[in-house]
Design a protein around this ligand. Structure first.
Ligand code: PRP
Ligand code: URA
Length: 197
């Protein structure tokens, strides 16, 4: 995980490598999330007999926050190929850093799902809280926030408003700069993922 993070942070990593490593990183984080998803125990027949089996026991819905969150879904789907996928489009204003919504498409009946919000950068937390607001309004109860780099401010923002939403992050960076970018962070994840720098 930290090897992948080093590649993502490295300013010289080109978009094709960045995409591939973001996918691998997301799979590794998803494996951590899966440790805390309800399971069903049973048996399975091997060619030589019955074996104890434990399977994922909840329906999982992924909700990437566009655009950057898209870079995480393939890795999570590698582990959970049957997950449903909703989309929330949020864009931070470059001056105020306030997130505004431009697109929402969610699967129905979220009440009993484990809902994984993927958004790689948790900076001020404005986008994360806006995404969770939308999901709560749509009926989701078990929401988990999954990112690649978090700032203390973003973690505090989620914990203040949604203390019941766990945050999965491999690293918490030092601070936000004057433009509300995470320092040292990795820059603009969406731009680096899609080559729009
Ligand atoms: C980035 C990032 C998060 C948000 C985090 O998205 O992907 O969604 O900023 O910042 P916050 O915690 O201060 O809200 P951005 O708005 O730049 O859009 P993009 O994904 O389309 O690049
Ligand atoms: N969005 C990013 O992509 N990077 C940051 O550091 C903050 C918000």
């Amino acid at each position: 995980m930290h090897d992948a993070l080093a590649t993502l942070r490295d300013a010289s990593t080109p978009p094709d490598i960045f995409r591939r490593v973001a996918r691998r990183m997301s799979l590794l984080i998803a494996a951590e999330v899966l440790k805390e998803v309800p399971t069903i125990e049973g048996t399975v027949q091997t060619p030589l007999g019955a074996a104890f089996a434990r399977r994922v026991g909840a329906r999982v819905t992924l909700v990437p926050v566009l655009r950057a969150g898209l870079g995480m879904i393939d890795g999570v789907l590698d582990l959970l190929p049957t997950a449903r996928v909703g989309h929330i489009g949020l864009q931070r204003d470059e001056t105020t850093a306030l997130a505004s919504r431009y697109y929402v498409k969610l699967p129905p009946d979220l009440e009993d799902d484990v809902v994984l919000v993927t958004d790689p950068m948790l900076a001020t937390g404005g986008s994360a809280v806006a995404a969770i607001d939308l999901l709560r309004a749509a009926g989701a109860r078990d929401i988990r926030f999954v990112c690649v780099v978090a700032a203390p401010e973003g973690i505090a923002a989620i914990e203040r408003r949604y203390p019941d939403v766990p945050i999965y992050t491999p690293v918490v960076d030092r601070e936000l700069n004057a433009h509300k970018f995470i320092v040292p962070g990795l820059g603009d994840f969406g731009d680096r993922l899609f080559g729009t720098v």
